[in-house]
Write a protein that binds this ligand. Sequence first.
Ligand code: PMP
Length: 428
Amino acid sequence: DSAAEGPACAEPLPVLGRDVTVPLVTGGEVTYAALDYAASAPALQRVWDDVAAYAPYYGSVHRGAGYLSQLSTDLFEQSRATVAEFLDCRPADQVVFTRSTTDSLNLLAAVLPVGCQVFVFETEHHASLLPWTDAQVIYLDAPRTPDEAVATLERALADREPYGPALVCVTGASNVTGELWPVKELAAAAHAHGARIVLDAAQLAPHHPVSVRDLDVDWVAFSGHKLYAPFGSGVLAGRADWLQEAEPYLAGGGASRKVARRADGGVDVEWHTTAARHEAGSPNVIGVYSIASACRALRDAGFDGLVARERHLIAQVREGLADVPAVRVLSLFGDDAPRVGVISFVVDGWNSSHFAAALSAEYGIGVRDGLFCAHPLVRTLLGSEPQAQGECGAPEAAPGERSLNAIRVSFGAGTPDEHVERFVRAVK
Ligand code: PMP
């Protein structure tokens, strides 16, 4: 644990659900250990308090004349500014509110210029892997080091020059291994070849500061529910041009500035050229407000202390797992790779689904098992062949057979030491 050498560890931030108890199959009950932050993190108490304080003043945004509508509009637009600040955006960048990272990346896919090529590593989450259905997609093989990732991208880009518009889509931190990707270097490679880059920060933003300016990415996407704001909102932030040159993602009120019948009986539409172009319909005001609240809370807590604390928790988990010979931790870049608090593993002789179920039933610990919506990556890490299975689901394996899926433990700013201690004890 290198926490002692760096900034002081933060205390766990207060989150909802700290005192929730769950029944154990062995009898009695225990406080729930939420160790599935990578799926959805609990709400920060402060986000909940902010939302509760705002709720009586809630009103429709952008169109209402009443006081509460005006107030809500102000808070909605201030939230946009808060997110831009949180992401250290460039002045001309636009922050579009969406439903989630998946929605954000599908929005970007919908505004790609005609003939755009998309470069994406096979190791991505399906949200980054799959939305580019109208583009020519170049899938890149899984790299085994961050340097190899950059070299692989450079080679793929160089092989295809000259080309028209091109986009690279890359994750900041893997939702399977927690490993950090060399985003800044990948952005430099993309730009050197005239391509643009979008950062899937779904797993990065809750754990690390993200600076659009410093990383020099063109867009960034993340979800509120992984950033301690589980109220159904997401963000796509970045360059305005592709967004504003394309048709609206959703057509409807709010996206349109002027609509008029034409003499020939049709309808002429003038669309907004701000973020509103892609935010048709009544937006999720509470969700947006809660994302801004979470951004403020994380900023005020300070990422230095949060990162130091997470490093301490990661060390506890990894050391605990290393004590169990039957456990194999999944890693693409190796043991020393910098990572966030997301760790996947398999246990010899155990079906991962049964193992995860036992952690819940016997210890009150909530983890996840499966392929984590990153099927190609998990198969590469497990060395297994594609199996028939449900969406994001766990393939069937008889008890005692080699695992075809994995167990994932993930944690963050609200996790007390006791949760990871209990987890390590349970695995042992
Ligand atoms: N990208 C990554 C890396 C993720 O971990 C996830 C969620 N597991 C997503 C994208 C999709 O996020 P959402 O489900 O909020 O759209």
